[in-house]
Ligand binder design. Structure first.
Ligand code: B12
Length: 217
């Protein structure tokens, strides 16, 4: 990995909010792609922070700070991404499930989908199933991406699937799940349609659906 990207990763691990903007700018000036900074700088650094939290070396305040460090630098990358031709590939509703406030992974998925021609309707975090279904009905969006990081909150995925059935939308709505606590197995258990491990997987899956559903205009 490039030294400049490693430095971004270290700044996330060290919770160094004062250095992050300069380090990310240095990567961009070197020609490093935004996606590489996200995957090998931010995501890798956050994974180490998570491990340190698990071993008791870091506390909740450190998790919060790590989130802030990444959020500080995201606008720099957003400015570099091609805004894409919104709505060309269709509308996607994105949300972190009810009871869960982790947003960084969802924001990365939003960032990648927007840059690749989707109109992203980002409902934020801790989103109840009813709001997702109401939004699908109001906007006509039939692609839904759910982010879940807390194993205690995975039942919220099932609530979205059940609410879609109750609204008569189950056959037309594609529910894709992702986030650290999700898996192929969980997808089956919750009755969702697809599971993606990374934000790139999210793009690949939505592209398949968008083509199959004739969303491409
Ligand atoms: C930062 C962080 C926080 C921050 C979040 C800040 C923010 N603004 O988002 C704060 C401090 C708020 C936080 C709080 C808590 N956290 Co926390 N947190 C993390 C940490 C360190 C990083 C998460 C992250 O952003 N990762 C980076 C992103 C890029 O990765 P990602 O979300 O997985 O997303 C990628 C893919 O999964 C995928 N993806 C994501 N979403 C989607 C959606 C779709 C559709 C698809 C296809 C793909 C996809 O694409 C992304 C990019 O490739 C993780 C540790 C870890 N290793 O995950 C713990 C972690 C998730 N947290 C944990 C815990 C326990 C908590 C708390 C309960 C702590 C507490 N005692 O209060 C609270 C919960 C609050 C709540 N109700 O949600 C545990 C969860 C354990 C579990 N399995 O349930 C973890 C795993 C830490 C640990 N090892 O113990 N946390």
């Amino acid at each position: 990995m490039k030294e400049s990207v490693e430095a971004v990763c270290s700044a996330v691990v060290d919770l160094d909010i004062d250095a992050i903007l300069d380090l990310v700018n240095a990567c961009l000036e070197e020609g490093v792609l935004p996606l590489e900074i996200v995957e090998h700088g931010f995501s890798k650094g956050l994974a180490v922070v998570g491990e340190r939290f698990e071993t008791g070396e870091y506390f909740l305040a450190d998790l919060i700070m790590a989130g802030e460090v990444v959020k500080e630098a995201m606008p720099l990358l957003e400015a570099k991404m091609n805004p894409g031709d919104a709505a060309r590939r269709g509308k996607v509703i994105l949300a972190t499930v009810e009871g869960d406030i982790h947003e960084i992974g969802k924001n990365i998925v939003a960032f990648i989908l927007s840059a690749n021609g989707y109109e992203v309707i980002d409902l934020g975090v801790d989103v109840p199933a009813s709001r997702i279904i109401d939004t699908a009905l109001a906007t006509g969006a039939r692609l839904v991406g759910l982010s879940a990081l807390l194993s205690t909150m995975v039942g919220s995925i099932r609530n979205v699937v059940d609410s879609a059935s109750a609204a008569g939308l189950r056959d037309s709505l594609r529910v894709v799940i992702g986030g650290a606590c999700t898996s192929e197995e969980l997808k089956k258990e919750m009755g969702a349609d697809a599971y993606g491990e990374t934000a790139i997987d999210a793009l690949r899956i939505f592209n398949t659906y968008s083509e199959a559903d004739n969303h491409v205009r």
